[in-house]
Design a binder for this molecule. Structure first.
Ligand code: LFR
Length: 473
């Protein structure tokens, strides 16, 4: 069977994963792993996009050293971030990151041009100050000459795919996160774009996952010693991850990583006033489906706390230390924008607790505990919101991604929501990326078969709600 290569880059690390089918099992092998982080450059928080591309090349070369030449490759990253290219296809800007404060106040400005109801009605996308639409508006206000020079707008995976192939397209699932795509036509919404006064010409053709983009540029073929087909996966990492939920029929999922994305898969978008007020999104999925979900601040908070403690503790250490402290002692509202990019996460959490007259967590384990409890609290509220909007109850929650390894969080989730929690697969995003490549080249016939392969290949852990769960406060 053919080898496929998934490049999955998250906000804190990236990996190159090799996949191969062996009858109905997906064999997964990590080829290369690297760190990713925000860098401060030219007055903005940025991603080092060139070094990310070098890491992708390193991953491919490691395959070569192992004597493996994959047939296909596809890249996914987080959403909303983009680059602008000039008429010579050169970068006009650094890849400025969504946590950069350039978007402060931009949502309010955009909403004075297009009403909130109209924008939600057209796009079905949640309101987050860092969405591409507000980033583009920030460019328009702060660096208008960039937009004047721009010929092409590419999301980050689109740009990385372009570096591999020389072909410039906008992949659909990621494009929806811009808040510029019409939820029904699944294409750029020209009315919104023109109302913002942004040139339509920069937006390219939207292509669906499974599109075969082309082969590698000649220099790369020389460098690697082999060619590959470049295939568009669901290039928004969350869209790839959701593909790995073994069955999306009757379950709520949480894609757990830097963010916790909690929701369901729907055949039709829900753009009701209720959904807008609860700030749910209808992001694009594969096969024309919608990821109806909500962004919850997620493990970013613990990633930052770890950084604040000089990486002295691992995530497992935090989990172990946290379990020694009582439940629900202090809670923070995880979705408060103050936690998006504070100077110091530990101090921000402590300040929040002080201001709200709660016990101030001091010990690293106590701080971790406060984060886990607050996340679970938010998950529970989100379950209630989802069940209200959808008018039905769910019996299970499926946690996928790196965060699904947090036993403490999984058990708390089961206890608090009184639902069964299934955890895994850990590498959900890379798996979803690989499955779409395999669908594109006919290694897998359809999505049902892909789901069967996931069930057959990865072991899931089950957490039952504790019989006697009493909330302490
Ligand atoms: C998760 C994710 C979310 C998106 C956020 C910012 O990695 O892609 O889905 O809202 O990052 O791009």
């Amino acid at each position: 069977m053919k080898y496929c290569l998934a490049v999955d880059i998250g906000a804190s690390s990236g990996k190159v994963m090799l996949g191969q089918l062996n009858s109905d099992r997906l064999l997964l092998r990590e080829i290369h792993r690297f760190d990713n982080q925000l860098i401060y450059k030219n007055g903005h928080y940025c991603w080092d996009i060139q070094s990310l591309f070098q890491e992708i090349k390193t991953g491919v070369k490691k395959c070569q050293q192992l004597g493996i030449s994959p047939s296909t490759i596809g890249i996914d990253t987080w959403a909303v971030d983009f680059v602008l290219l000039d008429e010579n296809d050169q970068l006009i800007t650094d890849a400025i990151a969504y946590r950069d404060p350039r978007t402060d106040g931009m949502m309010e400005k955009v909403l004075s041009i297009i009403s909130k109801e109209k924008l939600y009605g057209i796009t079905g996308i949640q309101f987050q100050k860092f969405n591409t639409i507000y980033q583009l508006y920030a460019v328009k206000e702060q660096d208008p000459e960039w937009l004047k020079r721009a010929q092409h707008f590419l999301m980050l995976p689109d740009y990385l795919h372009y570096l591999l192939t020389g072909v410039k397209v906008n992949e659909y699932t990621n494009a929806t996160s811009t808040q510029l795509v019409n939820v029904l036509s699944q294409n750029w919404d020209h009315e919104i774009i023109s109302k913002l006064g942004i040139n339509q010409r920069i937006f390219g053709e939207i292509k669906q996952p499974q599109t075969i983009l082309g082969t590698l540029q000649k220099e790369l073929v020389k460098e690697f010693g082999f060619d590959m087909e470049v295939i568009l996966p669901a290039s928004h990492d969350t869209a790839s991850a959701v593909i790995s939920v073994p069955s999306t029929e009757d379950t709520i999922y949480i894609s757990s990583g830097t963010w916790s994305l909690m929701g369901v898969v729907n055949d039709l978008p829900i753009c009701s006033t209720e959904a807008m007020e609860m700030n749910f999104t209808n992001e694009g999925g594969i096969n024309g489906q919608y990821r109806f979900l909500k962004n919850i601040m997620g493990l970013w908070m613990i990633e930052e706390v770890r950084r604040n403690f000089g990486h002295a503790y691992s995530y497992t250490d935090f989990m172990k230390m946290a379990s020694q402290f009582p439940d629900f002692q202090s809670l923070v509202h995880v979705d408060d924008p103050r936690f998006l990019k504070p100077e110091n996460m530990v101090e921000e959490i402590q300040a929040y607790c002080r201001e709200t007259n709660q016990q101030v967590p001091i010990h690293p384990g106590e701080i971790a505990k406060c984060i886990y409890d607050s996340l679970v609290d938010c998950y529970e509220n989100t379950v209630n919101e989802l069940e209200t909007i959808l008018g039905r109850e769910f019996k299970t929650i499926h946690v996928i991604g790196g965060g699904s390894q947090n036993h403490l969080l999984n058990q708390k989730l089961a206890d608090k929501t009184r639902k069964e929690v299934y955890a895994g697969p850990i590498e959900a995003t890379a798996i979803g990326n690989l499955l779409v490549q395999m669908l594109a080249i006919g290694e897998i016939d359809d999505v049902n078969k892909a789901k069967h392969i996931i069930k057959n290949s990865f072991e899931l852990k089950t957490y039952f709600p504790a019989k006697e769960f009493k909330e302490e406060r």
